[in-house]
Design a protein around this ligand. Structure first.
Ligand SMILES: [Zn+2]
Ligand SMILES: [Zn+2]
Ligand SMILES: [Zn+2]
Ligand SMILES: [Zn+2]
Ligand SMILES: [Zn+2]
Ligand SMILES: [Zn+2]
Length: 204
């Protein structure tokens, strides 16, 4: 219902609304009616969901799921990059987001550096917590544990050798170390799938 065409009138038509002659002037044809550019803007034009202004016959209009934008208003809510001909996500409050900002926003946060773990990052998971592989470090020597074995002690994690120095208990009787089983981590790739779709501009 939103499609319309713009042209220069060669016949003797009057504006459907204000009755001004359209001959030799730019006019808009919409739903079988001819009207002047002014009336189009006042009466027929779609309203841009971003700036709330009418999208006049001279502007390029984008529409997606019954929402309309000036092409200049169709920008990522976060980074303000133009999303014309770019993949985007329509999110809450009718804001559009670029795929980068969407992936960053929705990504789980690393327990070590508190930055998002985005698609393609190697990460480790332990008891529903996640780290970048390189952020999962020994509390004592700060070496990267990565996907190796470690000993959890409360909120701290120790590599095998630090654990040996710090915590290994010796049997009072035979003086041999009491073995404690380390925990193993496996690394995996964050698939980070998002769905994007493309805006289409109205044929003008
Ligand atoms: Zn008019
Ligand atoms: Zn706008
Ligand atoms: Zn963005
Ligand atoms: Zn991290
Ligand atoms: Zn260590
Ligand atoms: Zn013993």
């Amino acid at each position: 219902p939103s499609s319309y065409s713009v042209g220069t009138m060669s016949e003797r038509f009057d504006c459907h609304y204000c009755r001004d002659s359209l001959q030799g002037k730019k006019y808009v044809q919409k739903e079988g009616r001819h009207c002047c550019v002014k009336c189009f803007e006042k009466i027929c034009a779609n309203t841009c969901i971003e700036c709330k202004k009418p999208i006049g016959a001279d502007s390029k209009e984008l529409h997606f799921k019954n929402r309309y934008w000036h092409d200049s208003c169709f920008r990522c809510f976060k980074c303000h990059m133009s999303l014309v001909n770019e993949p985007f996500m329509l999110r809450e409050n009718n804001k559009v987001w670029c795929s980068n900002c969407t992936a960053t926003e929705d990504a789980p946060r690393c327990k070590g550096c508190f930055k998002p773990i985005i698609a393609g990052d190697q990460n480790v998971e332990y008891k529903k917590m996640v780290w970048h592989k390189d952020c999962f470090t020994c509390s004592q020597c700060k070496k990267v544990i990565g996907s190796g074995s470690f000993f959890p002690k409360g909120d701290e994690f120790y590599c095998v050798s630090c654990h040996e120095h710090k915590f290994a208990k010796t049997c009072a009787k035979c003086k041999n170390d009491l073995e404690e089983e380390p925990v193993w981590l496996t690394t995996k790739m964050n698939p980070g799938m998002i769905t994007v779709s493309n805006a289409q501009s109205v044929p003008v």
